[in-house]
Design a protein around this ligand. Sequence first.
Ligand SMILES: Cc1cc2nc3c(=O)[nH]c(=O)nc-3n(C[C@H](O)[C@H](O)[C@H](O)COP(=O)(O)OP(=O)(O)OC[C@H]3O[C@@H](n4cnc5c(N)ncnc54)[C@H](O)[C@@H]3O)c2cc1C
Length: 527
Amino acid sequence: MFEKKISRRSFITLSAAAAASLALDRSKVNGLAAAMGNKANYPVVVIGAGLGGLCAAAYLSKSGVPVTVVEQHAIPGGYATAFERGDFTFEVSLHLTTIHNNSTAAILEDLGILDKLKFVPLPGQQGPESLAETLSGRFPSEKEGIRGFIKEITGISDEISGLSKEKGKSGKASIRRYPKLWGVKDKTLADLLGGYVKDQELKDLLASGWGAYGLPPSQLSAFYFAAARGGTLRNGSYYIRPRSQALSDALAETITRSGGKILYDTAARGIKLKDGAVEGVDLQDGGKLPAVAVVSNASALTVFKKMLPPGSVPADYLGKIDGYSTSISTFIVWLGLNRDVREIVKTYRTGFRTGRGIEADYRSCLKGELERAPYGITVYDHLYQGYSRPGKSTVTLLCLCGYEPWRRFEADYRAGRKDAYYKEKERLTEALIARAERDFIPGLRSMIEVRESSTPLTNWYFTRNPEGAIYGFNQTVDNAFMNRLDCRTPVKGLYLASAWGNPGGGYGGALSGGEKAFRMMVEDWGG
Ligand SMILES: Cc1cc2nc3c(=O)[nH]c(=O)nc-3n(C[C@H](O)[C@H](O)[C@H](O)COP(=O)(O)OP(=O)(O)OC[C@H]3O[C@@H](n4cnc5c(N)ncnc54)[C@H](O)[C@@H]3O)c2cc1C
């Protein structure tokens, strides 16, 4: 049985540093990995082949650790995936990312896939100066505040880059030396905006894109918003060509090429413990896999509430998790059109504004009011020539959607009785298409060659994220940045690598979580 060679004192120190950490001391981790001795004694099971799980497994297999990934679906990627219908290949999640030009780039480089991926810049992006000018033109009396806010969020993004270069010095003491980071750690986005501008419409414009973080300004961690939005303003936003599946496939290939295994169509049922430490994983099909450590890419809620033996998780930790809320889900309509609509919808992504303000919009999304909630339309053909076949268009309509309206279908859905569910899904699909026809593309219905849609239950089915959550736990102040649930858990040998853990959701968050889980494992083995 594997036992952590780590004292309680250093465990606490490492945990505190890691929770706050954005940096990887690669030479130290590589040194520890090299000194591990016979790596055959360290079999690891990774539950889930989403980005966090794939990343952790790729690090492990490249370090010579025998790793097995179990994935309940037939392909890698979790949300970072695509699917085909007729002549069209539809993107499931990716709209934009900065993973190749921020601190996450080092992860892709470590894993040898940075050069293999093709990133295309989003068309029509505004940099900090141009955004400040546009908004100052509309709100001249708030010019100073607008510039101040944009400087603040880009400054936070710069400080994160600085911190990520401070190898091995990323505990609270280090973060204190970054005034913007330290200053924002306990603020909501509404707090941050309120420090710079007064007009509510302007605040909503500065917070636009809030949907990409799943919470309105009154609840969203300002750190999380600034890290992501400041980063895209500073470095630009990109798409992965041809689809996000390329990233997932590249990670999966790294794992298998360096000796790791990925078992598809294989679901984990439980995690076995011996003397309080991880001993292996029980599979749904009755199989068992021995392990000295388990990395969970599956949701933290599922792991702690369903996969571990009762009584094995400290009550205060479970209480903490019970206090967190689950992030919002989505209702999506994918449309394969028999016309090139780039002249009709002239931008890559555009949103329908309700004029009711973000807080009211969020409540509407939570209630699943697809007839009136804000929604976005994405015309992927603006990204690069040849996204769709000539003369065709690949379009999505996306509405953030709470789980409550779908809860009533849950039991029947899981039991395979889906008639009522399909009826409701069809009704809302039609409603969203009708809105897009009215708001953006006249005659849309007559152009539809292929159509598909998804609900929060679809998200659950393909990723097993409870309530179809798209960013793990909500990125509230009490569960973001230094407070985000640590990748090292109180169960010996169990680590989190997903949107549910540190540092959080999104492609960059999930990948960083995978790298952190790997780092902590190696530290625990060699410390
Ligand atoms: C519509 C949509 C749009 C988005 N847009 C963006 C965007 O533009 N940019 C961005 O950065 N982020 C975006 N995101 C968020 C981003 O996709 C996710 O935060 C991220 O991909 C989550 O990765 P993850 O590692 O947590 O794993 P997940 O993608 O949640 O995957 C978890 C994996 O674990 C597997 N699994 C679960 N339980 C088990 C089990 N018991 N046994 C075996 N396997 C199991 C699942 O099948 C799944 O493959 C979007 C998400 C959605 C849904």
